[in-house]
Design a protein around this ligand. Sequence first.
Ligand code: PMP
Length: 431
Amino acid sequence: MADIAYQAATQHESKQHDSSDKITLVKARGSLVWDDRGREYIDCTAQAWSNNLGANDPRVIEAAMAQMREMTHIRPNFGSLAHTRLVAKLREISPASLNQMGFALHGSLAGEMAMKLAFKNRPQAQNLIVLQDGYHGRSLATLGASWPHPNNPFLAIQPRFTRVPHPYPYRTRMGMDPEAESQLCLGLLEDTIQKGVDGPVAAVMMEPIQGNGGHIEFPRSYYRGVREICDRLGVLLIFDEVQTGFGRMGTMWAAEYYDVVPDIIVFGKGIGGGFPLAGILADDRLKWFDEGEEALTFGHFPVSLAAGYATVEAIQADKLCERARDSGEYATARLRDMQEHRKLIGDVRCPGLMASIELVTDRTTKAPARREAQEVYRRGVERGVLFGESRYAGLGNLIKVKPPLDIERAQLARALDVLDEVLGEIEEGGQ
Ligand code: PMP
């Protein structure tokens, strides 16, 4: 990995992006969106992977409208029916002992809530450990917990955390076997907790799959190993499930998929059904905040809480975990098949409907095909498909297919046909 001009890539690509190439969206239904010129697109981004349930679901809109007609804003010092109902609903689906919860309107603030709770429960601790290539948001603290940003203007006022290396099965270090690399990274994590930082560590915070920073899934042994190290050394484990939660992996939580229960889960995006909603689930053993330690004016925004309740109900009623598994298997099979004849596809990564391909100019050197990835995105737009891309993160060479979990099969098939078509054209050097 070291030979890849990693930060230079993000720096270079970000300069090419300005508002003039933005598509103005005006309407959405399910997995489709329309722009101001009436053009229709299949949305493989689910609007920043947030519409796990298709956009503008009438059940969610109606729940939000009903709440709006009664009361739009309730200060968190008061109770609300919307809050009581959502708390009960989340307790139905949360992993066994994670029954305490708090809400915010953004994943970043929920991430900070998780950090605060970890430090509250480890009062002597001085450190938080995160993974290189992780992404936890753009508030000051979560920016500090994410991958290093080139020319970061906020360093002076941003908390800094200790980043440790993580496995990258497609690009293992020194050509190691992925399992050996997983063990190496576990060893480095343990060494860092014990010898790499001053004072005790409050928590290890990680995304089960690194959504923004390269879409990297780790070997199963890594998840179990991190849990074991944290338990042995008295460190809390935080899973940032802002992307992986609420069915995306084919299970309600990645924690369930990997059969590893963290002490705190951060959630966001998919729970809101298109409304801003995020929060944390915390283990019963943890001491909760005292008054005044965590109070946001709109922290219990009842319109979002009501929308969240309706969304989780719909995810359950429509069996979206099963549908994500089913569509994910279909997408994986299609992408693997494409990989046979499209040499630009270096790697296919697909747990659930969290699918991505890593494009390379050469399968032996695995040189990242950044320009080609941008071209796939551009040509997808021309043909009415919005693919996810990664120009700010990782190596900038990913194409992501993460539509709403209830996408119709014909729409998913069409998006994948377009992907195959544009990859073919780019490989042939056509326009
Ligand atoms: N954590 C993860 C894993 C995310 O993907 C994101 C958003 N992309 C966040 C946190 C931050 O969420 P928000 O943008 O709602 O603050």
